[in-house]
Design a protein around this ligand. Structure first.
Ligand code: FMN
Length: 172
């Protein structure tokens, strides 16, 4: 699957099989994050892989739209260093995690971005140092139903969002 195919095939998965994510596939996903661009190449990130059921449940309970974390075989916790990159750590971690989302899709894995969590509580649960903020969570695992490569998702038309030269001139 090339990058364009993976971008097209990706959709949020909130129902997971219990199949273990192989360590090699997980490593390739993490590698896709490691290679991401970042402001001044500061790489102000770390990613915590959580497989433990009780910890996933505890993380899930801190948010309102994350209950399926109790079911997804693992969750990646994306942390940004506020000291090494006060201005860009959120953007940088987000870019790295999107790389991981696309790499995961190419592995046949499903994922779901999760913004619904309590940062300070997650920090405490995972012993994350003061200098880091929890930027995002990513549920990861094999989907209960196969990924739908041509899922028709509601998206704005290109004509609504792309412009030529200046604001308001439709791209056409
Ligand atoms: C910043 C951000 C936060 C999100 N938070 C959640 C969340 O807490 N729970 C959830 O189920 N989905 C969450 N999502 C997933 C979106 O709901 C989903 O990407 C969107 O509806 C489009 O659907 P698709 O991913 O299938 O294309 C989040 C996505 C983003 C980008």
């Amino acid at each position: 699957m090339n990058a364009a195919e993976a971008i097209r095939a990706r959709h949020s998965v909130r129902s997971y099989s219990q199949a273990k994510v192989p360590e090699a596939a997980l490593r390739r996903v993490l590698e896709a994050g490691r290679l991401a661009l970042s402001a001044r190449n500061r790489q102000p990130w770390c990613f915590i892989v959580v497989r433990e059921q009780s910890v996933r449940e505890a993380i899930a309970s801190t948010g309102h739209f994350a209950s399926f974390l109790a079911e997804s075989p693992l969750v990646l916790v994306g942390c940004g260093n506020t000291k090494t990159s006060p201005k860009w750590h959120v953007v940088d971690v987000t870019i790295a995690m999107e790389n991981m989302v696309i790499a995961a899709t190419a592995e046949g894995l499903g994922s779901c971005w999760i913004g619904s969590f309590d940062g300070p509580k997650v920090k405490e649960l995972l012993k994350i140092p003061e200098d880091y903020n929890v930027v995002a969570l990513l549920a990861l695992g094999y989907p209960k139903e196969k990924l739908r490569p041509h899922a028709t998702r509601e998206r704005k038309r290109l004509g609504e969002i792309a412009m030529r030269g200046e604001f308001g001139i439709p791209f056409g």
